[in-house]
Design a protein. Structure first.
Length: 203
């Protein structure tokens, strides 16, 4: 990747490098690169900084194993700040947290991930008489597929009316039962997302 970066703008030859998870879009940390660190990052595909405290090049994860694998780099409009898109291997902060601000590195879809975990737990305990989800798994794939069909029809019906509240509630029911159907077939929402991403990349 060829970019015009003004490493001479600051006396120390460093430019800020904002590290962002390419998948979740969360900011993970802020580091600094000189020209040599930038080149090494390109060559190794592992993010390397110039450590101001150690006064040397420092590849993130060289001691912990929590590397930041390079996905892409962009330079801002003034050519003096980098946006580095990465795939993190483990927590980013040296304190063991996902980000240097102590936040979880999860996407806005994290609630659906939590919901999938709950569904998986219910599937693992099919004898739970109090669980609606467990009862669906006990009934088998045909019953689950039937419920998805019923919820889809109800969603379409509400879409044709003007009651937004009913439409959104039916949409939620449809999505919930679809997540159950996915797990009954041995898949998760992530598998569907990968299909969508592969289709998008071909366009």
């Amino acid at each position: 990747m060829k970019m015009k970066i003004d490493f001479n703008k600051n006396p120390d030859g460093l430019v800020p490098a904002v590290i962002q998870d390419a998948e979740t879009k969360n900011v993970l940390m802020l580091g600094y690169m000189n020209e040599e660190a930038f080149r090494k990052t390109q060559e190794t595909q592992k993010v390397t900084f110039f450590s101001r405290s150690k006064q040397r090049l420092w590849t993130k994860g060289e001691e912990s194993g929590n590397f930041l694998h390079l996905v892409n780099m962009q330079v801002d409009c003034d050519n003096d700040t980098l946006l580095v898109l990465v795939k993190p291997q483990g927590p980013t902060c040296h304190k063991g947290t996902d980000t240097c601000w102590g936040e979880k590195n999860v996407s806005e879809m994290s609630f659906l991930t939590q919901l999938e975990t709950v569904i998986s737990d219910r599937r693992s305990n099919p004898e739970n008489e109090k669980s609606y989800v467990a009862s669906l798994f006990r009934s088998g794939i045909n019953k689950i597929a039937q419920k998805v069909g019923e919820e889809a029809v109800e969603t379409v019906i509400e879409a044709k009316d003007d009651n937004d509240d009913l439409f959104l509630n039916e949409s939620a029911d449809l999505l919930f039962h679809y997540l159950i159907l996915l797990q009954a077939k041995g898949f998760t929402l992530a598998d569907v997302i990968e299909i969508l991403k592969s289709r998008h990349s071909r366009k």
